[in-house]
Design a protein around this ligand. Structure first.
Ligand SMILES: Nc1nc2c(c(=O)[nH]1)N[C@H]1C(S)=C(S)[C@@H](COP(=O)(O)OP(=O)(O)OC[C@H]3O[C@@H](n4cnc5c(=O)[nH]c(N)nc54)[C@H](O)[C@@H]3O)O[C@H]1N2
Ligand SMILES: Nc1nc2c(c(=O)[nH]1)N[C@H]1C(S)=C(S)[C@@H](COP(=O)(O)OP(=O)(O)OC[C@H]3O[C@@H](n4cnc5c(=O)[nH]c(N)nc54)[C@H](O)[C@@H]3O)O[C@H]1N2
Ligand SMILES: [Mo]
Length: 770
């Protein structure tokens, strides 16, 4: 008899918790966890690719590298065939190369920022594994902050004293439901994103919470180029300014509040510093340009009356301003966050139930949760002796410009000279902007090593490819501070062919290098998992939370942290007592003007929020390309993960990535549904299939990220991508000297019918072998 679903073994992913039916050594089906309100269909994407030709079966070495040694024919990365070797040969090759580079050039020549999401599972967290291993041999050059919101991670601590602390304590949906009358969301609340929670989630609550708020009292406003960034069921108003003009829009709102005497000066004087300095900019005393609603209207292409009406509404109602993370991933991405906080200060509702601002409701599931944050222990990474780093998105600059200087958050640093790139658990050929430039940069290092489970665009462009397991093939703990559920992840199937857990891969290399005991600390994988659990359990006791013993937890398979008894209200304590609960800023208050940032002297990020023209946008004079490309997060996968699976591929059109376009823009170019088109600009191009969709602002097109990079000629850096990867088009530039964040959402392109025969997609085929 078939087992009941709720007795099947559990697994956890960034897109949710599932129970798995396993027969004949394969996972046949994944069922949403019985406590999940809204399980994600993304999970099914792994079923058909858990084994088979896209899996990496053995350690594989690029031919020229193996035959001629490091730094040989680097331009053939992605072209050369691979040669399979045994694990002991691979371990020796990696160990010798690490020793060579460390001895001659020092460990700063090993770049292992290795940004990326890898898989859920606290112990097998790939970056922790890689970093701990490299710290055992003297360290590595790291990367700082995330692609998600690097600009906010840099600027918000200057304004509020921390970013992460407030990200994790956004006002809970319960407080919104009971109090918020107007929910103004810049970048919307696209539920496609709420499928994801970093480290996993037991229950997708976003949709339910959104509907509850709507039914209770909340009016939603979606300020975004895409109508679909808010679900139709909540009947929201759609305002679609030109992309990247949100700061101007908010300045127009701020000016209106001032003009109509709707500013809460009590709040301003009690809780903030520097308003007067900002006000003189707002009123045009600094640059002769008052930032009126009409001024904003001209920049945003939104009627003045809409801006003025919204400002009045915001001040007369309990208002929550939600600011999407996407607003940081654009040129001058520091500004919209700073300006949203300044605008909230003017409204004076920060710290009140359902009022103030929040950082991206539904960028992921966890924002707006009201659970006690689990004090989740982690696999210790050790101490990195190397001080060099890059701001996360400066990878091409690092490789292309060793020895040159860069600015970051008020200081000047130097890029080290990189000889080895070691990537595990991320994919720069997915996440980085201007892939043509990255292709050029990729020729520079002597050696590229990666741990991967599938032959994706990174594995194909590496010299040494070490095959790792997927979470289906190993035991782990689903544990994260961003979700109340702790999940016992079961080993469901045996590792595919010769693949190994990252821990075992690094143990093998560590042994070869004489640091095995340092790396493992004498513990097995099971012992480490138990250690992480018990550390977390001990810390939980301090909060009077009784987690079950490890053995009881393993028996039951999961544990849930309780909810807070009261709703979470961001900055409530600060509002109640700004002296004893002062912020960690120089003034202890919210810094609408920051003397610190001003003192850096950055023209691209002065001492208070300002409107700065992006490097490319619809309002640019004499612009060469007419369409603004939005490359948002994909609805059917996480980044590039499982793009090769059935679920993602079922959403392709004629086998290519869809590009969404408004009918007006399509008609102008004579384009019809399903046409194969070339999307292009000076940086590169890709092919995609047309979907006509009037839920896009005209002048804007959309290609979601995630399609595996697949250039027609992999030996040419700007060869068109057959598979529709938008990062062939996006610019590689920092948000500003302050944050140096990525700016994927700032990108102008043109589009036309594809000419001639376009070669078919080969992204999902393994490379050739000798
Ligand atoms: N144009 C554009 N580009 C963007 C964005 C955008 O909005 N627009 N968004 C950016 C953002 S916010 C982000 S976070 C990044 C995401 O970029 P990444 O996090 O780099 O993207 P992923 O596809 O999640 O890469 C994770 C990789 O880890 C591998 N992996 C999974 N499990 C394991 C494991 O157990 N061991 C090992 N060794 N590997 C494993 C997967 O196969 C996959 O290749 O992309 C950024 N890029
Ligand atoms: N399904 C799925 N969910 C995900 C991910 C995934 O890969 N797949 N990735 C996760 C990760 S790593 C992250 S960081 C978060 C990111 O969360 P977000 O940053 O919120 O994600 P995006 O989808 O890039 O952007 C949300 C919306 O912002 C709008 N937008 C873009 N530019 C502008 C602008 O200039 N102004 C305004 N007002 N709106 C704009 C776009 O229409 C877009 O749909 O998503 C997470 N959730
Ligand atoms: Mo992200």
């Amino acid at each position: 008899m078939e087992k009941k679903i709720d007795t099947l073994p559990l697994t956890s992913t960034h897109w949710g918790t599932y129970r798995a039916r396993v027969t004949n050594g394969r996972v046949q089906e994944l069922y949403g966890f019985e406590y999940d309100n809204d399980p994600s269909p993304i999970g099914s994407g792994i079923i058909d690719v858990q084994d088979g030709p896209t899996r990496i079966s053995k350690p594989s070495i690029r031919r020229s590298w193996l035959e001629n040694g490091p730094n040989s024919h680097n331009h053939l990365r992605g072209v050369d065939p691979f040669i399979e070797v045994t694990w002991s040969e691979a371990e020796k090759l990696v160990a010798n190369e690490l020793k060579r580079v460390s001895n001659i050039f020092g460990n700063s020549a090993i770049f292992a920022g290795s940004y990326g999401w890898s898989s859920a599972g606290r112990f097998h967290h790939t970056q922790s594994q890689l970093h701990r291993f490299l710290n055992c041999i003297g360290g590595y050059t790291k990367s700082k902050f995330t692609y998600s919101f690097a600009a906010a991670e840099t600027v918000v601590p200057h304004i509020l004293g921390s970013y992460r602390a407030f990200l994790d304590t956004c006002t809970s949906w319960e407080s919104i439901r009971e109090n918020t009358e107007l929910f103004v969301s810049f970048g919307g609340i696209p539920l496609k994103n709420g499928q994801i929670s970093q480290g996993g989630t037991g229950n997708h609550f976003q949709k339910k919470k959104l509907l509850e708020a709507f039914k209770s009292r909340t009016n939603f406003i979606n300020i975004s180029p895409l109508k679909s960034d808010l679900i139709g069921e909540v009947n929201g108003e759609w305002i679609a300014p030109r992309p990247n003009t949100d700061t101007a829009f908010m300045l127009g709102l701020a000016y209106t509040l001032y003009e109509l005497d709707l500013v809460d000066y009590d709040f301003i004087s009690k809780y903030t510093v520097g308003f007067d300095n900002f006000l003189s900019y707002l009123l045009g005393k600094k640059d002769g340009i008052p930032k009126t609603a009409q001024w904003a209207s001209y920049i945003c292409e939104i009627e003045t009356e809409i801006i003025k009406t919204l400002a009045k509404k915001m001040s007369s109602k309990r208002t929550m301003i939600s600011i999407s993370w996407s607003l940081t991933r654009q040129d001058h991405g520091e500004q919209p966050f700073w300006m949203a906080i300044a605008l909230s200060c003017m409204l004076g509702q920060i710290g009140l139930p359902g009022g103030g601002f929040g950082f991206g409701y539904s960028a992921t599931n966890f924002i707006g949760g009201n659970f006690v944050i689990p004090p989740a222990a982690a696999f210790p990474q050790g101490i990195n002796q190397v001080k060099d780093f890059i701001p996360v998105a400066r990878i091409s600059d690092l490789l292309l410009k060793p020895g040159t200087n860069f600015e970051f958050d008020g200081q000047n640093y130097t890029y080290p000279d990189t000889k080895i790139v070691y990537w595990a658990g991320g994919n720069p050929f997915h996440h980085h902007q201007d892939l043509g430039l990255l292709m050029k940069a990729w020729k520079k290092p002597d050696t590229v090593i990666c741990n991967e489970w599938c032959w994706n665009s990174l594995a194909k462009r590496s010299d040494i490819v070490l095959p790792c397991t997927t979470p289906l093939e190993r035991e782990d703990l689903g544990l994260t501070p961003r979700d109340p559920y702790i999940i016992k992840m079961s080993k469901l199937t045996e590792p595919y062919q010769d693949s190994r857990d990252d821990f075992d891969i690094f143990s093998g290399i560590a042994k070869e290098m004489g640091v095995l005991d340092n790396f493992t600390d004498g513990k097995t994988k099971e012992q480490w998992q138990k250690w992480i659990y018990n550390e977390t359990r001990e810390k939980s006791l301090e909060q009077n939370i009784n987690m079950p013993s490890y053995d009881d937890f393993i028996k039951k398979g999961w544990f849930k942290f309780p909810n807070h008894r009261e709703d979470v209200v961001m900055l409530e304590d600060f509002r109640a007592d700004p002296i004893n609960s002062k912020l960690n800023t120089p003034s202890g208050k919210i810094e609408i003007y920051s003397e610190t940032i001003h003192s850096f002297g950055y023209v691209d990020c002065p001492g208070h929020p300002v409107w700065l023209e992006p490097c490319e946008w619809l309002g640019q004079k004499d612009k060469k390309y007419q369409l603004h490309l939005i490359s948002n997060q994909p609805k059917d996968k996480l980044h590039s993960q499982l793009d090769h699976g059935n679920f993602s591929r079922s959403n392709k059109i004629n086998g290519r990535e869809p590009v969404y376009i408004n009918k007006i823009d399509a008609d102008k170019r004579n384009l019809k549904d399903k046409d194969l088109v070339k999307v292009y600009n000076d940086r590169g191009s890709c092919y995609a299939s047309i979907v006509i969709d009037n839920n896009l602002r005209s002048g804007v097109i959309l290609i979601s990220t995630g399609a595996w990079y697949d250039p027609i000629d992999p030996s040419i850096p700007d060869s068109p991508c057959k598979n529709g990867n938008p990062n062939t088009l996006t610019p590689d530039k920092g948000t500003s000297s302050l944050g140096q964040g990525p700016i994927a959402h700032t990108c102008m392109v043109e589009i036309r019918l594809a000419e001639g025969e376009i070669p078919s997609v080969t992204a999902y085929e393994p490379p050739s072998f000798i």
